[in-house]
Design a protein around this ligand. Sequence first.
Ligand code: AMP
Ligand code: GLY
Length: 426
Amino acid sequence: MKNRVLIIGSGGREHAFAWKISKSEKVDKIFVAPGNGGTENENKTINIDIPPNDTASLIKFSKSKNIDLVVIGPEDPLVNGITDEFNKEGINCFGPTAEAAKLEGSKGYSKMFMKKYNIPTADFSTFDDVDAAKNYAKDQTYPLVIKADGLAAGKGVLIVEDYESASKIIAEFMDDKKFGEAGKKIVIEEFLTGQELSFIVMVNGNEILSLATSQDHKTIGDGDKGLNTGGMGAYSPVPFVNKELNEKILNQVIKPTVKGLKNEDVYYRGFLYAGLMIDENLEPKVLEYNCRFGDPETQPIMMRLDSDLFELIDNCFKDGINNYPIQWNSKVALGVIMSSKGYPESYESGFEISGLGNLNTNHLKIFHSGTKMENEKILTNGGRVLCVTALGDDIHKSKKLAYSAVDKITWKGKYFRKDIGFRVMK
Ligand code: AMP
Ligand code: GLY
């Protein structure tokens, strides 16, 4: 009997999951709730019009279609406890419970957790009082990092250069509620320098399986300038991660995290993403945890994954995932996000995208993020619209291939960074 999978989410990550799972011999049907214009056209895949936070309808749907495996893409449903609800119904749901997802859902909690378990991270203080936060900011060295405690789609972190800006941001977060309840509490932390690294693993209780390394480009502008976004492009693997650094990350970050969860009596099953800063001495510090796969990291990583993604996830419901013989393509994958003009602030949607025809090959895949299909046309439907992902013999070749496709795709107000991969390119 072949399996039926339900993927929850509507971004590029979910398109990449659907695309990869559709290649599994063990799967004959994939539903994506709600999906996008890309998943709508993927093999074996059907979009269903249920929002990611409508847990009751998702459970009802899963029962009616005899779903064997549910894979949760985004963080909100996880933090809101979707896995707990599927667990009650006895349906296999891949992603941590609400309690385990607090590692991403509350930055204050995750910082306390790291402190308790001696996991390297930036020095910090947390505040729920605006005057105390402003007073603290007065005596700090700048730049300084201000973070909303709760979920803010990657946009709730600001780096400020002086006290005046810090005080303005603190007021915006805490008094003006720019991010609603998410900014009621804030974390103020030391500014770290170095290179960022996305280190993503699969966890099943005590067991850990490392996935390929990747590096995201978080800000909107070239040269890592401007506002933070959900991510404007990523590549895999990251060349500076040698064996020694890999071991260091496992021993200083990943293993202590998994052990700490166990010590807190929290069972974690799902992807676990450590967002790291690596300094010039190749010492890692954790910037944040995510309780899910990264977007856009998923897109290049899935391009390189030669193993069966369904099998990998399904094996996390048994013992022994740490011994899975995972296979990677040795080429370099690089994905460029094409976004709507104005993102990550306000932008317009609904523009027809042209130039998409016949671009996909074994070495190039256009993953959709914010798109929808209407009357046979693909329209923009979000801030991040596409992730053009190429596989090449080296990063230069994959970059060239990705950007040659970016140039062929157009809509009114398309925007993209021109320098994805620049930190490791001469
Ligand atoms: P976070 O959501 O906490 O990962 O923060 C989003 C982005 O802000 C990170 O990917 C970094 O680019 C930047 N960032 C966060 N914390 C720091 C820090 N302590 N020092 C420097 N940059 C940071
Ligand atoms: N690309 C960053 C994230 O998924 O949080």
